[in-house]
Structure formats: structure tokens, C-alpha cells
Ligand binder design. Structure first.
Ligand SMILES: Nc1nc2c(c(=O)[nH]1)N[C@H]1C(S)=C(S)[C@@H](COP(=O)(O)OP(=O)(O)OC[C@H]3O[C@@H](n4cnc5c(=O)[nH]c(N)nc54)[C@H](O)[C@@H]3O)O[C@H]1N2
Ligand SMILES: Nc1nc2c(c(=O)[nH]1)N[C@H]1C(S)=C(S)[C@@H](COP(=O)(O)OP(=O)(O)OC[C@H]3O[C@@H](n4cnc5c(=O)[nH]c(N)nc54)[C@H](O)[C@@H]3O)O[C@H]1N2
Ligand SMILES: [Mo]
Length: 758
């Protein structure tokens, strides 16, 4: 039975369920936004804050990494961006009195939703060895405690430095610099759980692990395939771009097991017609693919293009490598297997192939539906294969578009937050700062959990995020983290990682994007890089949630001084006082950032260079764009079992739960739901509204259970179920990861449904 939360923590397993919606945004979204925002911020602050999102001289929306366009609209409306802002700019506060009233054991029994709703953390807090409560601690004492624990390690590699993707370029650059001067490449980040598969596949095939399109390309594309992505909820501003593309004549195809409302129809709240009318139909074709069937689909599309000779032979000859092998593999693609893997009909696949053949230029967009599978890297390489056949890279209206998640997750990687940094980056650090960075690869997220579990890592430091809730195998991860000597979280809001701790724990409260950042050298701004490689400034306008907050760059700078002392070669204090000094160094270390300080002050910022996009230069091992011809894979699910994907509701930001509704999917007032095909429910002896336990089965014979989920009949392909993360992370074995990228395979978990006994 699900553990009963305390009575003031809402019940989450008895929602109202209605029919899924067929359109996103529109007037209801405006109402939901204003209610959510005013509940957290009040009316005046809501108006002041929302008007500054993504404006010139404003702050970068912490919601997602979708680019801002030309920032000319006074207010680009986005419901979920507004919720992300409200969550940070809330007037609620978590003070030392709060911690005095709530022992850690009590907080550990609360839902993530309840924890997040308590508000912004106002002071550094310390949980001493054996203590029941966090107590306020002065900053300098906090840094001294960390210095003691780090100093006591047998090797710098016993420390882990995690980053979540909201951290600015400046803070990220300092954080990796500190970790490397301290002596380790243990720099796992949320990207390891997110687009790592995209990075791995694109680096190997195109030479650059980032997307190759700009907004302009979307507007010029003939065909846009959106595979494994739910932009109506997770990248709502992308719907405006799709609408604009559609107006320009683009065909849009959605490849997704679920009929996501945002891809069906968009009611643009920027226009009167969108607010009141039926809106714009977006997807011309929806392919309800089986979970994990995408590699087979893209391979089949490749075969159909080759058979029709709809190829760009000049491009293939001049710019690619490995075509013959790929051609042989594609022509050998087996229709029976393709239909089994995809669950689609041959007619559906041929219709999509017809669009691809007829399109002068194609963009493929994707997100977690492609990256979080065992064969995710192979799947994304297959997307590249298809695009290469028609020369759809490095020309207008065409290319790869991995749509990134966290608002600066791409920038953090550019700044060197990476456990496997390229040698050239480390050489540049050495030349700039005069110390020898460690060369051995560090731990990614999954390996960091293993190291903590096995006692090989003893200090865990997180720059943002919610590590224990975001990572797979919750019970294993929580036990692993509890073995640490010290856990430290630089955070804005309370979350589960603050209450599942090592022997000692620190919470270091920091400024968010919306807040003014004043340092000795005057008011500072930071910079971010969006999903399309555009770098621009972000400047908060609100007074900080508490006078005791430090900015992330200030925290790293003081931490480094406390830990490294005289042995450091880096002018840490100078960096804290004036972020221009950090940017001067970034300009000299990171390619593409020359003259950073001047260029980022121009309106709109600047675009980072991208060889494949700009000049069809492919910095791969072969010097060409690489076709790959891996065998087609897809998940095999034993009889009577289902494949579960773990995904986001409309009312959450990763592990931050804003509310308990998933409006577009018709769910209201609860999160413990499992969406299943009616016949699959029936086969398990369950009806809509029944309560079921999800039991995951792993190859080693072990089982994991998440209990008390309300069964919801849903239009999903047979054999494919869906439920929300992070509640379902308890079901995902730590070792169930993607080949090469090691990303947890959160979209393909074999489960069975059992009627709940309680
Ligand atoms: N409001 C809000 N915005 C967010 C976030 C948030 O939590 N809330 N999170 C941010 C982050 S960090 C990220 S990474 C992005 C995530 O953005 P998304 O990737 O859109 O997020 P998910 O909810 O995981 O949705 C996965 C989508 O892929 C589909 N899918 C699942 N498996 C498959 C498959 O095998 N094949 C295909 N073709 N489709 C599949 C699912 O049905 C679903 O539509 O959003 C970012 N933006
Ligand atoms: N089962 C399953 N698991 C998944 C996924 C999935 O689809 N399914 N998705 C994965 C993906 S794509 C990702 S990106 C990860 C997300 O993993 P994380 O990035 O680790 O998690 P978040 O929930 O985004 O982190 C939220 C916390 O960040 C802190 N925070 C917010 N803003 C700031 C800030 O400006 N500065 C600082 N220092 N802290 C801040 C707050 O304290 C908040 O509680 O989860 C992954 N886990
Ligand atoms: Mo993500």
C-alpha cells in the first residue's frame, strides 16, 4: 500500500478523469496561468515579473531551452513558463523556524509537491551528524565544513559535483574550474539523464553534439517531424514556431504513442483568433508508434527513400561516409519486423515516406521519447541517416533539432560540465590558468550513484537539481546517498534531496533567474545558451527572496577559496565581484566565445558557430557526415507484460510539482495514475478507476513495486503504458540504461499490473 502522507499533504491517487483534450493553450491557459501566478506572487508582482520574461534587458525564462526569437513581443505568453517563474518568484518562505518546526524525518515523509510548495529557502542550513533538525549556519562556517570533508578524502575522485541545467554559463564555468583544480572530472549533470543520447549520436555522425537548426529553419522547412516530444506541455513556445511554420506551408508529422493535445491543435493566446476561436491544426499526420519503435520506423523510411531514389546523390558523394553499408542495411529492412516494432500499419509508414520524399527540406525535432531508451543512440543515428539521404543538413529549412530541456543545460555542457571532457578543452584550461587538470574520465549520474552505493564516493555536492528524485532506482539511490559523509545542495526551493542526506548535510540557498544580483563590482547579469546555440544575457529584476542569498558564482568562488586556499592559481575573488572577468576567461578557453563581453551586450546576443550547419564541415573521425548501419533494435516485452514510459504531467517541472492536474490528458487532482489501453487493463483483470500496483521486472529476476495507481483507460498503443515521473523512478533499475550514453531508459520499463490489495 502507498504510504499515507500526513493529513495536510493532499491525496494523489484519486483524481477526476475526463476525456483527453484536442487543443492546447487558448483562453483557459491564460486563466490557469494567472491563477497559478497570483497564488504564489500576488497580483502586482505577477504583472511585474511576467512582463520581464525573455525581454531585452529581462531574464531568461527558467522554463525551457526553446529559443526566444526576436524578443519583439512585449510578452510572449507561455503558461508553463509563467508557472516556472511563479514557482521561483513566490512570496512563500522556508525560514529557520520552519526547520525548527519540522524534523528531517517528518519532511522525509512528505510528498515532493508539499515540499516545493513551502517556498524559497532563506538561509544556509546545516544538518549535523545525528541531528534531527537542520539549523541555520553562517556562510563561512558552511564553506569551512565542506573544506574539512573534501580535505579528508583519500582522493579528489571521492567527491562528486553534480549540475542541474538552470545554472548560468558563468556559474557553470566556475564550477567545473573548481572541480578540476580540486582534482576531479566527476562532473555528472542532468544531461546524463536527458539528451546525452543525442550528444553521443550527433557527435559521432555529424561531429557536433548539438542541434543544427535555427528558428528560421523551422519557418522555412517543408516538413517537420516531431518525434518523442510533447511541446504543448514541455516547450509551449515551440507551438508558436510550429504555427508560423505551418502558415509558411510546412507539413507537420507527430510520431508519438500518445495523441498529445499540443500537437493536434494550437490556440495561440497572442492572437484574438487563437484566444477565442478553434486555433490552428498543427499535425497533418499522427503516427501512434509503439514505445521504442522509432529506429525501425526511420530505417524503413530510409529504405523507401532509397527505393524511390529520392536522394541527394551529390551531397552523399561529397559530404558523407558509410553510405554503401547503410544502403545495404536499409534495403534489407524487414517489413514484418518493422510493423511489429512500430505497431504502425504499412500504409501509415508509406504516407510519412510520401511526405519525406516530397519535401524539399526536412527538420526532425525530438526529446525524451527518443533519448531514454536502451537503443536511444542507435535511434538518433537513424534519424541522422534519414536526413543525410536527402542532404538535409547544413542548408536552410533542414536539419536535426534535439529540443533541450533545462533552460541552460546546453550552455552548461559548452562550459565544460562534462565528466568526459575533450583533451583540447583541458589543454585550454591548463594554458589559461596554469594548473594541470585531471585527464581521467569522471563519473556520470548512474556511475555516481554506484560509487556512492559502493562507498567509493563520499562527498556529494549539487549545483541545483533534485538528484535523489530525478535519478532511477529510488530505493537504491536513496540508500547510496545516505552512505555519503556529506551532501550539499545549492538550491532555491526545498526538495527531497534535502531530506535524504549523507551523515552531514548543507542547504545553500541561492538567487534565481528573476532576482537582482549585486556584487562588489556593481549589478551583474549572467548568460545562457538556448537549444539552438544562441547565447544571450539574463538579468533579474526582483529583490532577492532573502538578503542572505548568494549567487551561484559567489558560492563557487567562496567555496574554492575555502577549499583550495593558497594552492589555487585562480583569482576567485575577482570573479565573484565582476562577472565580466569570468567572461573574459570563457572567451579565451571556450571556442566560439571570442569577444564575449562585447557580443553578449548586443541585443539578442550571438549565435555559436556550428560547422555542419554553417559550412557543411563535419568534425568527425572521418571528416565527413557518417552514415551508420547498426542492427535495428526494439524492446521485446514478455507475454502479459506492458512497457511503461515515465513522463511529465502538465503541472510539473521535472521533480517540481506545481499542481495535481494534467489538463490536456483529462486528469484532475492526482498524480498516481497509469494510462493503459482498455484491452490491456482488461487482460490484467482491471477496469477504469480500479487501483493497481506497477511491478517492474528486471532481467536479473528482481522486482520493484510502485503501488496504488488509478487505472485510466487511454488511447495508447496496445502494450504501452504511461505514468508520471518521479513517482515511477522507483521502478527503473539503475543498470537499465542506454548503450553508449548510459542514460536511464526511462521510456521503456517492463512492468506488470496487479490489482492493489489494499
Ligand atoms: N512544463 C515543463 N516544461 C519542461 C519540463 C517539465 O517537466 N515541465 N522539463 C524540461 C526538461 S528537463 C526536458 S528534458 C523536456 C522534456 O520534454 P519531453 O521529452 O516532451 O517530456 P516527456 O514528458 O518526457 O515526454 C516524452 C514524450 O515522448 C513520447 N514518447 C515516449 N516514448 C516514446 C517513444 O518510444 N517514441 C516516440 N516517438 N515517442 C515517445 C511521450 O508520449 C511524450 O509525448 O522538457 C523541458 N520543459
Ligand atoms: N523516470 C524519469 N526520470 C527522469 C526523467 C524522465 O523523463 N523520467 N527525466 C530526466 C531529465 S530529462 C532531467 S533533465 C532530470 C532533471 O533532474 P534535475 O535537474 O536534478 O531536477 P529538477 O527537478 O529540475 O530540479 C529541481 C530543483 O532545482 C532547484 N533549482 C531551481 N532553480 C534553481 C536555480 O536557479 N539554481 C539552483 N542552484 N537550484 C535551482 C530547486 O531547488 C528545485 O527543487 O530528471 C531526469 N529523470
Ligand atoms: Mo531534461
Amino acid at each position: 500500500m502507498a504510504k499515507k502522507p500526513p493529513s495536510d499533504d493532499p491525496v494523489q491517487d484519486a483524481p477526476d478523469v475526463g476525456a483527453p483534450r484536442h487543443a492546447a493553450a487558448g483562453l483557459p491557459a491564460v486563466g490557469h496561468t494567472m491563477r497559478a501566478a497570483t497564488a504564489q506572487m500576488g497580483a502586482r508582482r505577477t504583472a511585474l515579473t511576467l512582463l520581464r520574461v525573455n525581454q531585452k534587458n529581462g531574464f531568461d525564462c527558467p522554463g525551457c531551452a526553446w529559443p526566444e526569437g526576436d524578443r519583439r513581443h512585449t510578452f510572449e505568453f507561455c503558461e508553463n513558463g509563467a508557472k516556472a517563474v511563479a514557482e521561483e518568484a513566490t512570496l512563500r518562505r522556508v525560514t529557520p523556524d520552519f526547520f525548527a518546526a519540522h524534523p528531517v524525518a517528518d519532511l522525509a515523509g512528505r510528498s515532493g509537491y508539499w515540499l516545493g510548495q513551502q517556498g524559497r529557502i532563506t538561509q544556509p542550513m546545516y544538518l549535523a551528524d545525528g541531528a534531527d533538525h537542520y539549523r541555520a549556519v553562517p556562510w563561512e562556517r558552511a564553506f569551512a565544513l565542506i573544506a574539512d570533508e573534501l580535505g579528508a578524502l583519500a582522493s579528489p575522485d571521492e567527491a562528486v559535483f553534480y549540475t542541474s541545467g538552470r545554472t548560468s554559463n558563468e556559474a557553470a564555468f566556475l564550477f567545473q574550474l573548481f572541480a578540476r583544480e580540486f582534482g576531479t572530472n566527476n562532473l555528472p549533470d542532468c544531461s546524463n539523464m536527458c539528451h546525452e543520447s543525442s550528444g553521443s549520436a550527433l557527435t559521432e555522425t555529424l561531429g557536433v553534439g548539438k542541434g543544427s537548426v535555427l528558428l528560421e529553419d523551422l519557418y522555412q522547412a517543408d516538413l517537420i517531424i516531431v518525434a518523442g516530444q510533447n511541446p504543448g506541455t514541455n516547450h509551449p513556445r515551440m507551438l508558436s514556431a510550429l504555427e508560423k511554420a505551418k502558415r509558411g506551408g510546412a507539413t507537420i508529422v507527430s510520431v508519438n504513442p500518445l495523441p498529445e493535445a499540443g500537437l493536434e491543435r494550437f490556440r495561440n493566446p497572442q492572437t484574438a483568433a487563437g484566444l477565442a476561436g478553434p486555433g490552428t491544426r498543427l499535425a497533418d499526420l499522427h503516427l501512434p508508434i509503439r514505445l521504442g519503435g522509432d529506429q525501425a520506423l526511420f530505417r524503413a523510411l530510409g529504405r523507401l527513400l532509397i527505393e524511390a531514389d529520392a536522394l541527394d546523390h551529390d551531397f552523399i558523394a561529397e559530404h558523407t561516409h558509410g553510405y554503401q553499408e547503410f544502403r545495404d542495411a536499409a534495403l534489407a529492412a524487414d517489413w514484418d519486423e518493422t510493423l511489429r516494432a512500430t505497431g504502425l500499419t504499412r500504409d501509415e509508414i508509406e504516407r510519412l515516406a510520401g511526405h519525406v520524399r516530397g519535401a524539399g527540406s526536412t527538420v526532425v525535432c525530438w526529446a525524451m521519447g527518443l533519448t531514454q531508451h536502451k537503443h536511444a543512440v542507435a535511434t538518433i543515428r537513424e534519424v541522422v541517416n534519414l536526413l543525410l539521404l536527402q542532404g538535409n543538413v547544413g542548408r536552410p529549412g533542414a536539419g536535426v533539432c534535439p529540443v533541450r530541456g533545462h533552460s541552460n543545460v546546453q550552455g552548461d555542457r559548452t562550459m565544460g560540465i562534462f565528466e568526459r571532457p575533450p583533451a583540447a578543452f583541458l589543454d585550454a584550461l591548463r594554458d589559461e590558468f596554469g594548473f594541470e587538470p585531471p585527464r581521467e574520465h569522471g563519473l556520470d549520474v548512474v556511475r555516481a550513484v554506484r560509487a556512492l552505493r559502493d562507498g567509493d564516493a563520499k562527498v556529494f555536492f549539487a549545483m541545483g537539481g533534485n538528484f535523489v528524485a530525478a535519478t532511477p532506482d529510488t530505493d537504491v539511490t536513496e540508500a547510496a546517498v545516505r552512505r555519503a559523509r556529506l551532501t550539499v545542495h545549492v538550491s532555491t526551493k526545498l526538495n527531497r534531496s534535502h531530506v535524504v542526506t549523507g551523515a552531514r548535510a548543507l542547504i545553500l540557498p541561492t538567487l534565481g533567474r528573476t532576482e537582482r544580483d549585486r556584487q562588489a563590482g556593481g549589478e551583474q547579469f549572467v548568460t545562457v545558451e538556448d537549444s539552438m546555440g544562441m547565447v544571450h544575457a539574463s538579468r533579474g529584476g526582483l529583490a532577492p527572496a532573502s538578503p542572505q542569498l548568494l549567487s551561484e558564482p559567489a558560492i563557487v568562488s567562496r567555496l574554492a577559496r575555502a577549499v583550495l586556499g593558497d594552492r589555487s592559481r585562480v583569482p576567485w575573488a575577482e570573479f565573484e565581484h565582476d562577472y565580466d572577468r569570468i567572461r573574459d576567461r570563457i572567451a579565451r578557453v571556450v571556442p566560439g566565445f571570442g569577444d564575449f563581453n562585447a557580443r553578449v551586450r548586443r541585443p539578442g546576443g550571438f549565435t555559436l558557430p556550428h560547422g555542419p550547419r554553417d559550412s557543411r564541415t563535419f568534425p568527425t573521425a572521418t571528416g565527413k557526415a557518417n552514415f551508420t548501419a547498426a542492427p535495428v533494435e526494439y524492446p521485446r516485452v514478455p507475454e502479459g507484460r506492458l512497457l511503461l514510459q515515465t513522463l511529465r504531467s502538465h503541472d510539473q517541472y521535472n521533480t517540481t510539482v506545481y499542481g495535481l492536474d494534467d489538463r490536456y490528458r483529462g486528469i484532475k487532482g492526482g498524480r498516481r495514475v497509469v494510462l493503459v489501453h482498455p484491452e490491456d487493463a482488461e487482460a490484467a483483470g482491471l477496469r477504469d478507476g480500479d487501483r493497481a500496483d506497477l511491478v517492474s521486472e528486471w532481467t536479473d529476476g528482481s522486482q520493484r513495486r510502485a503501488d496504488g495507481f488509478r487505472v485510466v483507460h487511454y488511447p495508447t498503443p496496445r502494450g504501452c503504458a504511461a505514468a508520471y515521473y518521479p513517482e515511477t523512478n522507483v521502478l527503473i533499475p539503475l543498470d537499465h540504461t542506454a548503450d553508449t550514453s548510459n542514460t536511464p531508459a526511462a521510456k521503456s520499463v517492463v512492468i506488470r499490473l496487479e490489482p492493489s490489495t489494499a
